[in-house]
Design a protein. Structure first.
Length: 378
């Protein structure tokens, strides 16, 4: 079979298969809007808090106003007893509580350390962290203000007291995530994984479906009429051409739509994209030969998605992942691809700094392509 005829047959097999079309185009497009949706607000804000003010002083009411002014929490309820506040927290009416102890203002002005008690709903760690951060920030600010007042009353100049009330001044400057949000942190890596999983499903669906079709005497499928090496090359070329626009859609429109930073050049992204797609296509062809039924391609790939997310090193720290799992995920093309894309696009690395990852992707592309060729010959 000629190259032109084989390419035409391959395109026809892909674009007349509803399962492949929905996986490739529907999956990529739907996930580009569906997955970032929970992170659209970047961080939890204005979590509802109830306060138990046992002091009822001017200073304690000022603390209440400062708590309400923080972007993390909103003071929505005031009660007189701890039991009532705990009941509201248990019922889910509020996400946190603050207890201002008796003699709070007196102890603070005397230089003692009053104890503020606050709690948050730890069922959702993002909510809990936000509540604790907001309450701690308000309490620390009021404590610093009281210390400055004591220094001024002792004869210290107010400008000097405002600078020296704390022995350490911390200036935080986020480097790779300027907005300190979850979209910039999680979405770039997950987009690469989505491309990996959808392409893996599509290629394995096509290969497994063709392999398991019953043979019709005198009418062999086109995949039997060409040399194995020719079919592998054409299939790889066709899927690369299909997925290059989808990669550009993710790294172009989607990144702009979600205001995700882009620091890599087009040439660098293309240099990583081509071996990444070839490696995934080779792995997909191997799955297509090994799986007994085509529907298992979707099951196997989808069930592996959650373990992969926590094993690739961008959500769970690599140092906390067991060494055997780290070694195993190096066989997955998404591992070097995610690390390379994040370093180039989000961290501004030079290409020579991701050269080992680039070589790893090319090694996977050639290795998986060779195995797919051997299986196709058999």
């Amino acid at each position: 079979m000629s190259w032109r005829a084989l390419i035409r047959q391959e395109l026809k097999a892909i674009f007349t298969n509803p399962s492949i079309l929905f996986t490739v185009f529907g999956g990529v497009l739907i996930y580009s809007f569906l997955y970032p949706l929970p992170y659209a607000n970047q961080l939890p804000r204005e979590q509802q808090v109830v306060v138990v003010n046992l002091d009822q002083s001017q200073l304690s009411r000022e603390l209440e106003r400062m708590v309400d002014a923080t972007p993390q929490v909103a003071l929505t309820q005031r009660v007189t007893g701890m039991a009532e506040a705990q009941a509201m927290l248990n019922r889910g009416q509020v996400q946190g509580l603050l207890v201002i102890p008796e003699f709070f203002a007196r102890d603070l002005l005397l230089g003692k350390s009053p104890t503020l008690a606050f709690a948050g709903d730890a069922a959702y760690f993002l909510v809990y962290g936000t509540v604790v951060e907001g309450l701690a920030k308000a309490g620390g600010t009021l404590g610093a203000k009281a210390k400055v007042i004591r220094m001024v009353t002792s004869g210290e100049h107010i400008a000097l007291a405002s600078q020296q009330h704390s022995p350490i001044h911390l200036t935080m400057q986020p480097v790779f995530n300027p907005g300190m949000g979850y979209i910039d942190y999680i979405v770039p890596a997950v987009f690469v994984l989505i491309l990996h999983q959808t392409l893996l499903i599509a290629v394995s669906l096509l290969g497994c479906g063709q392999r398991t079709l019953p043979l019709v005497p005198g009418q062999p499928g086109y995949w039997y009429q060409s040399p194995a090496w020719q079919l592998v090359l054409v299939r790889a070329m066709v899927f690369v051409l299909i997925y290059l626009p989808l990669v550009m859609y993710y790294f172009g429109f989607s990144f702009t739509y979600y205001h995700i930073s882009r620091l890599a050049t087009i040439a660098d992204l293309l240099a990583i994209t081509v071996p990444f797609l070839l490696a995934v296509i080779g792995l997909g062809m191997i799955l297509g030969h090994l799986l007994p039924r085509r529907e298992l391609a979707i099951v196997v790939v989808l069930l592996s998605s959650i373990p992969l997310i926590f094993s690739l090193g961008f959500i769970w720290p690599v140092s906390m992942i067991p060494a055997p799992i780290q070694a195993l995920v190096q066989l997955i093309p998404a591992t070097p691809a995610i690390n390379a894309f994040l370093r180039l696009n989000q961290m501004g690395a030079e290409f020579y700094q991701v050269l080992p990852l680039w070589l790893q992707l090319w090694g996977q592309a050639f290795a998986y392509g060779a195995i797919a060729w051997l299986l196709q010959r058999r």
